[in-house]
Design a protein around this ligand. Sequence first.
Ligand SMILES: Cc1cc2nc3c(=O)[nH]c(=O)nc-3n(C[C@H](O)[C@H](O)[C@H](O)COP(=O)(O)O)c2cc1C
Length: 294
Amino acid sequence: MKAAVFYYSQSGQALKAAESICGSMSAVFKEIVPQQHYPFPWSRKEFFQVFPESRLGIPPSGIEPLDFSDIADADIVIVSGQSWFLSPSLPLQSFFGDEGVKEYLKGRSIVFVNSCRNMWLMTSRKVKEYVKLAGATLVGHIVLQDRASNLVSAVTIIRWLMKGKKEATSLLPAAGVSGEDLKGASRFGKVMENKWKEGDFSGLQTALLAEGAIRYKPSVLTIEKTGHRIFGFWARFIRKKGGFADGKRQGRLTLFYWYLLFVLFALSPLVQLFFWITYPLRRVKHNREIDCNV
Ligand SMILES: Cc1cc2nc3c(=O)[nH]c(=O)nc-3n(C[C@H](O)[C@H](O)[C@H](O)COP(=O)(O)O)c2cc1C
C-alpha cells in the first residue's frame, strides 16, 4: 500500500503521529507550507491574532505549490494536522482550499489524523465538509490527544505554545500527546494496510475505532460545542474592526483573551460538573456514534 501524507506541524507532533502510523508502509511525505508564516512559540498577541480567521474559515494566505507527480498512484491519502480555536488549523484550511489539492483529492480515500489538546469535534465536522467539497471520501478519522484533565492540559499547553516548554515539571505533566500514544499510533497503520489488502476501505473507521482511534470524552465535547457557537460571535465581533493583522482590532482581541481565560479556568469545570449531574438525560451513546463516524 502506498500512502500520500500531507502534514503541517509546528512542534513536530503531527509529523511524528503520521510517521508512526505509516511505520513500514510505503509513504511519501509532503509538507504543507502556508504562505503566511505562523510562529512557534507564539507571543500572546500572535496567538490571538489567528483566532477570528481560524474560527470563521478565512485563512489569510494560500500554501506553497505542492508536487503531486510522485503520488499519483497513492492508494490512500493521510492528512495529519491539528485544531486551532476549535477549527482546523489555518494551514489545514489553506490546504483544503487550494485548487490543485482539491483536484488531487478528487475521488480519493482520505484519513484525517488530528493531534490536538482535547477538542477535536468541530474540526472533524469542518474537515468532513472539506473532503466532501473536494469530491473525496473520508474513510478514517484518528484523534491523538493530551491524556491530562481539561484544566491541567490547559495550563501545560499554554506553557508549551507560549514558552516552548513541553517537558514535565515537579507539578505538571509534559504537554501534548504522550510519546507512548504517538508510538502506539503505529497500530492504526496496520489496520489501514489490512483493509487495503481486503480491497476495500469502507469498514476502515469501524476497525480503527475498535483499536481506540478516538478516546471519546463527552463532557469536554459539550464544552467544545457551546464554545464553538460563542467563538463564532466573538470572531465576527472582532472582524468588524478589521481583517487579519489589522491593528484596529487589538482591543477586541484583548477582551477575547480575558474571556477565554475566564472560560478555561472558571466556567469549564462548572460546565463539566453540570454535564455529569445531568448525565442520565444525555444521549451520549447516540452522539458518540455520530461524532466518531466518518
Ligand atoms: C493557535 C492555536 C490554537 C489551538 N486551539 C486548539 C483547540 O481549539 N483544540 C485543541 O484540542 N488544541 C488546540 N491547539 C493545540 C494544537 O491542536 C496542537 O496540539 C499543538 O499546537 C501542537 O501542534 P503541532 O503539531 O503544530 O506542533 C491550539 C494550538 C494553537 C497554536
